[in-house]
Write a protein that binds this ligand. Structure first.
Ligand code: HEM
Length: 464
């Protein structure tokens, strides 16, 4: 990382969720549709006192929120911006170009998103956080009443009769399938310019200039935009959020571990219980407690459970510790060489939380998964690029040419890639699983801009 201590942005103008991971145990993610501009402005105005900026807090707020606007939401305020934003944001995640990467087919098809409700009607997403259930509920009530007063309608995520998208608090730092999550995120420093002239900045893909829009002189590697003119001013100090609700099929996942455990025992010995955990670790690249396989190849370890400082090339060039298509190795291959056309490795800020109670065996019924908030400065260059890698792993010479093995956990098995999973154990020893099941189903996706505080005041009709 090449960071300067003096970034040019003001933390007070940036929504807090972009620059810091919240650890509030309770959150609710509310979707809205606007009726008209005055109502939309009144709604945002009513929420402004609760919007958390990135200014450091001395006492953690008991309750707070952040606001995202979709392209259709922005048009409610600024109809003149029709052609000013990048096409993937304007056209939406269901559009043909975005779907080339996301490949939501079958049960994930965009026609099924939000239980068949109109995807284009989502104009605004409000992310509400609370230290306690009561604190959360009280702010959710404020948001819901402000919506009603301003003719803003709430869209419930799984249909008009469904519950709101609420974090499942008892899992704490863990997500469904039993893994610890939110361990590794970009450093968000600011790039240095050792040579002096702009245009020669030394930037790391994890630097904040790859997430915050509006700093062309800081040389982002992924082309965030818009940068200039009125839309550039509107977007400055904002960040995109690929908001994706992903159902996790716990029954299919657990059954896969059980069914495949004997194959693992035959290859490496030990008990079937150990084999299930070993297999779960190989799918993700970390043991369920968080230990990376590169640092703790044989068993989980409490001292490495939050480790982020490791590389693949010196320590695991052949993938004997962490398979090449393990989810976290695909989602961040670190120093592993990628093809020039795909370089640099895209990074994402992850702010997701689990929803739904863990379904109980033997039937594993019930809706649960991940409320995914994937933040980036360029939806196509970062979020969609990574998704295309997950669906069709052709991004590095580590994968056999033409084979395009998929991400072991995430990929849509109906997509173009190869759903097999190879676990290399030693030079002449490997396990090959011919076809992985579908573990994840997309329930809905919305691309939002998390605008600056100044832009929120502007759309609320207040002087900036
Ligand atoms: C329900 C769906 C998902 C599950 C269960 C899941 C699970 C995990 C787990 C267990 C980790 C390792 C813990 C950590 O490093 O924080 C991880 C890391 C990661 N995931 Fe996911 N994930 C999901 C969806 C996604 C999606 C859709 C993306 C990207 C579009 C993504 C990108 C990443 C990234 C970038 C990392 C960090 C890798 C690293 O820096 O080492 N994940 N995920």
């Amino acid at each position: 990382m090449t960071n300067s201590p003096l970034p040019p942005y003001q933390p007070g103008n940036v929504q807090g969720i972009i620059l810091r991971g919240y650890t509030h145990p309770h959150s609710c993610h509310m979707l809205f549709t606007f009726t008209d501009r005055p109502g939309a402005a009144g709604f945002i105005r009513a929420l402004l006192p609760y919007v958390q900026s990135a200014v450091a807090w001395s006492d953690k707020p008991e309750r707070m929120l952040n606001i995202g606007l979709t392209f259709n939401g922005i048009l409610t305020f600024e109809p003149g911006f029709k052609n000013q934003f990048p096409s993937e944001f304007k056209d939406g995640p269901w559009s043909g170009d975005s779907q080339l990467s996301l490949q939501d087919t079958g049960a994930s098809d965009p026609s099924t998103w939000w239980n068949g409700q109109d995807k284009q009607a989502i104009h605004c997403i409000v992310h509400v956080y609370g230290m306690t259930d009561d604190a959360l509920d009280s702010l959710v009530t404020v948001v819901s009443q402000s919506a009603a007063t301003n003719s803003v309608s709430e869209i419930l995520p799984f249909g008009p009769e469904s519950d709101r998208l609420q974090q499942y608090a008892p899992l704490k730092n863990f997500i469904h399938f039993g893994y610890r999550d939110s361990i590794d995120n970009p450093g968000l420093g600011w790039p240095v310019d050792p040579a002096g002239p702009a245009g020669q900045m030394k930037s790391d893909p994890g630097d904040a200039n790859n997430f915050l829009i509006g700093y062309p002189e800081a040389g982002s590697q992924f082309h965030p935009g818009p940068l200039f003119g009125p839309a550039g001013e509107f977007a400055k100090d904002g960040c995109y959020n690929a908001f994706r609700v992903l159902h996790q099929d716990v029954g299919v996942f657990e059954q896969f571990l059980t069914d495949t455990a004997p194959v693992v025992v035959a290859a490496i010995g030990g008990s079937e219980d150990h084999a299930r955990e070993w297999l779960a670790a190989k799918l993700v690249g970390r043991w369920r407690n968080g230990s990376p396989l590169v640092l703790s190849p044989d068993k989980p370890c409490s001292t490495t459970s939050g480790a982020t400082d490791f590389l693949y090339e010196p320590d695991d060039r052949d993938g004997f510790k962490c398979p090449f298509s393990a989810h976290s190795r695909v989602a961040n291959p670190r120093d592993q060489a990628v093809y020039i056309s795909d370089a640099p490795v895209p990074r994402l800020i992850r702010r997701g939380v689990p929803y739904g109670a863990p379904p109980a065996p033997p039937k594993y019924e019930g809706e649960c998964g991940l409320v995914g908030l994937f933040l980036c400065g360029a939806l196509a260059g970062q979020f969609e690029m990574l998704y295309s890698w997950m669906n069709t792993n052709g991004f590095s010479a580590k994968f056999a040419p033409g084979l395009n093995t998929q991400d072991a956990l995430l990929a849509n098995r109906g997509a173009a890639g190869d759903p097999s999973f190879t676990i290399a154990i030693a030079k002449d020893k490997k396990i090959k699983i011919p076809s992985l099941p579908q573990f994840i189903v997309t329930r809905g996706t919305a691309y939002c801009l998390l605008p600056s505080m100044k832009t929120l005041r502007r759309v609320a009709g207040l002087s900036e």
